[in-house]
Design a protein around this ligand. Structure first.
Ligand code: XMP
Length: 319
């Protein structure tokens, strides 16, 4: 892609001109935006970049290890794996209100990031994967009346607090351009095409109280569901797909015994920008096969439902 090749060269020059020989830190989430930001900065300034990957214990199956291995071992980035699962999960204990969950996670994320960043001697820049739509959104929404449906957490406000300058090399790009740039930088195709994943992670796919046991069940069920979607060649047709574990147990029968396990809901939507969405029209065969697999392969779940709510009136996530 020649336009992205040109953009990449220009962006690299701009980064070098901006930061000189200063050190830069970057919060790497494994999402497309922060991944492309990190890869681009690495190409521009190499070892001057350190990434902090905050593991809050709310990631999908094997996700933490996969992200860290890819950036550290295959792309040679300096990545700090902040294993703070215990901190997040203990602070979330007994919390069931969605906004309270988001606020706790957002606050801890900033604390943790700051703690690790402070250990990096002499860092004076923070790299962020802000996209063009984020830039316009924050302008056009200011001043007007607004209703907060969900308070998304990010590291906003952090640069000032930590006395850091900002590097935002994706500020002029739309999502599809970021993906093209990622391919240009050699990030694996399956990585670039990944569905969006929210900052609070599985916390908002586990309505009600979060427990380690529920999170483990949820991770297993989600992995089976995504495997089904990939096997049927549907992954790229869907904007986002995931499982939510419901805060209710129901009675079932398996073999000649009674079961009393969690119910889960499958979610899959098509969307252009996440602002509105339609539920995905899976075939009954696909749904039946997936339900059977989840119940057979995931101990702890004995009932599977499919969420057929579009957005609006539903939101994509359950919380
Ligand atoms: P909703 O659930 O509001 O989601 O329809 C729209 C898109 O935003 C993602 N989402 C979040 N992303 N922090 C994030 O970084 C959040 O708190 C959050 N809540 C929702 C959601 O996954 C979907 O892509």
């Amino acid at each position: 892609d020649w336009t992205m090749d040109a953009y990449r060269e220009q962006a690299i020059d701009a980064i070098r001109a901006q930061v000189g020989d200063a050190k830069v830190i970057c919060a790497l989430s494994g999402g497309v935006d922060s991944s492309v930001t990190a890869a681009l900065l690495h190409e521009a300034i190499g070892d001057q970049l350190t990434c902090v990957f905050v593991d809050h214990g709310l990631l999908r199956l094997d996700e933490g290890v996969e992200v860290v291995e890819m950036f550290r071992d295959h792309m040679n980035l300096h990545v700090i794996h902040a294993e703070e699962q215990d901190l997040f999960l203990s602070e979330l204990e007994g919390v069931s209100d969605p906004e309270t969950k988001r606020k706790i996670i957002g606050r801890l994320f900033i604390d943790v990031f700051q703690k690790y960043a402070n250990e990096i001697e002499g860092a004076s820049y923070l790299a962020q994967g802000t996209l063009y739509p984020d830039v316009i959104e924050s302008v056009s929404f200011s001043g007007g009346p607004s209703v907060t449906i969900k308070s998304h957490h990010n590291v906003g406000g952090l640069p000032e607090k930590m006395g850091l300058n900002l590097v935002e090399p994706l500020r002029e790009l739309f999502k599809d351009e970021v993906r093209a740039l990622g391919r240009e930088l050699g990030l694996p195709a399956h990585f670039i095409a990944r569905h969006p994943f929210p900052g609070p992670g599985l916390a908002i796919r586990c309505p009600g109280e979060i427990t380690r046991a529920k999170l483990d069940i949820l991770r297993e069920a989600d992995a089976v569901y995504i495997d089904q979607i990939r096997k049927h060649g549907l992954y790229d047709e869907i904007w986002q797909a995931f499982v939510a574990i419901l805060p209710v147990r129901t009675v079932g029968v398996m073999g000649d015994g009674r079961t009393y396990d969690y119910a889960c809901a499958l979610r899959a939507v098509t969307s252009v920008d996440g602002m509105t969405a339609d539920y995905y029209p899976f075939t009954h065969d696909f749904l039946g096969e997936t339900a059977t697999r989840i119940i057979n392969e995931v101990p702890g779940i004995n009932r599977v439902t499919y969420d057929i709510t579009s957005k609006p009136p539903g939101t994509i996530e359950w919380e």
